[in-house]
Design a protein around this ligand. Structure first.
Ligand SMILES: *Cc1c(COP(=O)(O)O)cnc(C)c1O
Length: 678
């Protein structure tokens, strides 16, 4: 099963003619060739049907006898851009292509117009070519000006991640000018692609005549070898991954035993692996993606900045995107936060807040106040400082000798018997008895993410803030996971009007594109570091990539999308739908609790629902559920016995329903096997 996608540098360059010629040439070589022109506009109406002259021409040349609905599933009457003509489903086009690919040895797919012709609000012909996983052949007109058009098309194809087979020049003057004669050479050299045919302007064009000018053998060889290479490539990547890569939070002895899932591309909420299988990205690529993969505006922002400068340092210099982003962040974060310090991960964002709070105390009259209060089950990252304020023993026990000591207090976990009041009582007690030692309280607002989406009862966070104020200690809010709309408001702190002294953001900051983090703080803290050089009040901290312009440019665009697409407003009905869809889970035999905050949900599985007995973690129940989901086309990653659903904010209602229903089915099939009932 193999295919080729034929596109052009423009409309009217003769794509249909070249495709027909190629189909004809393949057929002459005894190849069973199928043809497809998935979208056609400007169709004629006849016998109650929409007819396509192009589709007929392709069918005649190929000798295929597929019904018109397979060759051109989308036919529209008005001669306008497809995005205007009507609604197009990539799923349907892909299904249709697969049917044809099963019927024929090679399928030639002709795109409509050029690569940037919009097929809907977000996707272009280039996206369709990638979705079908086909290499492209570019048809260009062999006249003056073709170099510019061809190079532009090549650049578009490459930045869309497409594989380019080559260029065919069509309709060259019978007596070519010097420019026309040298064009193929220039395209080969500057475009770095083979020219696979130069067809003259034929007086009576026919596919047979056109075929004579094409390098059919070369094209055929490439199309076929690509298929063989694709198989070899998957094997090689899979082998190399297991031989070379050490995966995070992964028992590599287990990893080695299974075929790795290798992601190749993505679009919207869907990831595609090297074998062309698609998966709904149910955890937003580990909680980072917001507006979907390959959002055109984020892609464009990244390319725009790459066209200027990829990186320059913030040590001793400033750069444009980091300035713009800092201002934008201050405008959307809780009041009082006016200063932005950049880094590159959630862990470093927390680390920086800790160091700032520590140093502030040291040099502003309370040098003894340098310890931190943190919560049981907290997760703030994996660097030594952030692990020191973490509370997940399973991950962090072994590092105990390396960590600095603080005060650990329980966080609310009503399902496991810890109420808001219990937690606050302990917090007050700790702050009362150790006031002279404490710099700050570190908290994950809204829910403890990595612990299993343990949601906090409303009002708890506000009370934590109050206790901090009364005791004169800083509040560090780690919104690395919940920031940027996940909980329904831009930041979880804003739900209860909480104004932390430090705010740590990362994951969603760049919309899931690049590693970027920021620690925001107040004027008061900032001023505590001012002084002469000799005073050594400088904050001696910084990373090589601090304020990286590429990441900041994308992050800035990420924030603009929130406004432009009214993301938070449009999220409300999705959150309601999510709540509805999660309702039935509570009745399942092994679901202990379903916890939801906005578009985040955790489903805690228990061996015994009445006694709330957890599954022993060696049983890997969460992993088994997620394995079953993978077969259903959904990618999730569990947290122990908690199944986490955290799709991109851009997920559509239908996709959200699909995610919930498949998860429901997978949970039943894994936890309610007949054996369990005996
Ligand atoms: C993920 C996470 C971190 C760590 O972020 P990294 O980018 O993985 O270092 C810190 N805090 C919270 C709440 C997180 O969810």
């Amino acid at each position: 099963m193999s295919g080729l996608f034929i596109t052009g540098t423009d409309t009217e360059v003769g794509k249909t003619f070249v495709t027909s010629a190629l189909a004809w040439a393949f057929r002459r070589r005894g190849i069973d060739v199928g043809v497809m022109k998935p979208v056609v506009t400007g169709c004629r109406r006849g016998k109650g049907l929409l007819l396509s002259e192009d589709a007929n021409q392709l069918l005649r040349a190929s000798g295929a006898d597929d019904p018109l609905d397979l060759v051109s599933p989308y036919r529209f009457e008005p001669p306008v851009a497809p995005a205007v003509a009507g609604k197009i489903s990539f799923d349907r086009i892909e299904e249709t292509y697969r049917i044809l690919a099963r019927r024929h040895e090679i399928v030639l797919v002709e795109g409509i117009g050029g690569l940037l012709v919009p097929l809907d609000a977000k996707r272009t012909v280039a996206d369709l070519a990638r979705r079908l996983g086909l290499p492209v052949l570019i048809v260009a007109r062999a006249c003056l000006g073709t170099i510019n058009h061809t190079l532009l098309t090549l650049e578009t194809a490459r930045s869309a991640g497409l594989e380019i087979l080559g260029v065919v020049l069509n309709r060259r003057n019978q007596r070519p000018s010097l420019a026309e004669r040298t064009n193929p050479q220039v395209i080969r050299k500057l475009g770095k692609v083979p020219v696979l045919g130069v067809i003259p302007d034929l007086r009576r064009p026919s596919p047979g005549k056109g075929a004579g000018y094409l390098k059919t053998a070369a094209i055929l060889r490439q199309v076929r070898s690509r298929q063989i290479q694709a198989g070899r490539r998957v094997k090689r990547l899979s082998l190399l991954d297991r031989r070379r890569i050490w995966h995070p939070f992964t028992q590599m002895a287990d990893w080695k035993k299974v075929e790795p899932l290798i992601i190749e591309s993505a679009q919207g909420v869907w990831l595609t692996d090297v074998k062309g299988r698609r998966y709904l990205d149910g955890v937003s690529s580990l909680w980072v993606n917001l507006h979907g993969h390959r959002h055109p505006d984020l892609d464009a922002a990244l390319r725009r900045q790459a066209g200027k400068v990829a990186h320059s340092t913030l040590l001793g210099a400033a750069n444009v995107p980091s300035i713009e982003l800092a201002d934008a962040l201050v405008r959307i974060t809780p009041q009082g936060l006016t200063r932005v310090f950049y880094s590159d991960s959630g862990s470093t964002a927390v680390e920086i807040a800790l160091k700032m709070a520590f140093q502030y105390r040291r040099q502003n009259g309370s040098p003894g106040c340098w310890r931190f209060v943190h919560f049981v089950n907290a997760y703030h990252g994996d660097t030594i400082g952030s692990v020191s304020v973490g509370g997940i023993d399973l991950f962090h026990r072994i590092y105990a000798p390396l960590l600095f000591k603080g005060f650990k207090v329980p966080a609310p976990y009503p399902y496991r018997g810890v109420s808001s009041e219990d937690s606050l009582r302990e917090l007050r007690k700790t702050l009362d008895s150790h006031r002279e030692e404490i710099a700050a309280v570190v908290v994950e607002p809204g829910c403890q993410g990595a612990a299993g989406i343990i949601t906090q009862p409303p009002g708890w966070l506000k009370k934590v803030e109050r206790v901090c104020r009364e005791s004169g200690v800083f509040l560090i809010a780690d919104e690395v996971a919940v920031g940027f709309g996940r909980t329904g408001t831009m930041f979880a702190c804003q739900k209860e009007g909480v104004r932390p002294d430090f705010l740590c953001v990362a994951k969603g900051l760049s919309g899931g594109y690049l590693p970027l983090a920021a620690t925001l703080t107040t004027e008061k803290v900032y001023r505590g570091f001012l002084g002469s050089t000799g005073s050594l009040r400088t904050f001696f901290h910084g990373h090589s990539y601090t304020g990286n312009p590429l990441a900041c440019a994308v992050a800035l665009e990420n924030l603009r999308i929130f406004r432009r697409e009214r993301v938070l407003e449009r999220l409300k009905p999705k959150i309601r739908l999510f709540t509805e869809e999660l309702g039935p889970f509570k009745q399942l035999l092994h679901v202990g609790e379903v916890r939801q905050r906005g578009l985040i949900a955790g489903i805690e599985l228990v061996r015994d629902k009445v006694r709330r007995t957890p599954y022993p973690w060696e049983e890997k129940i969460g992993i088994r559920v997620c394995q079953s989901l993978r077969e259903r086309g959904i990618l999730l990653r569990p947290l122990g016995n908690v199944i986490v659903l955290m799709p991109p904010l851009a997920i559509s209602p239908d996709e959200l329903r699909f995610l919930c229903r498949e998860t429901f089915a997978a949970l039943r099939s894994v936890t309610e096997r007949p054996l369990d009932r005996i």
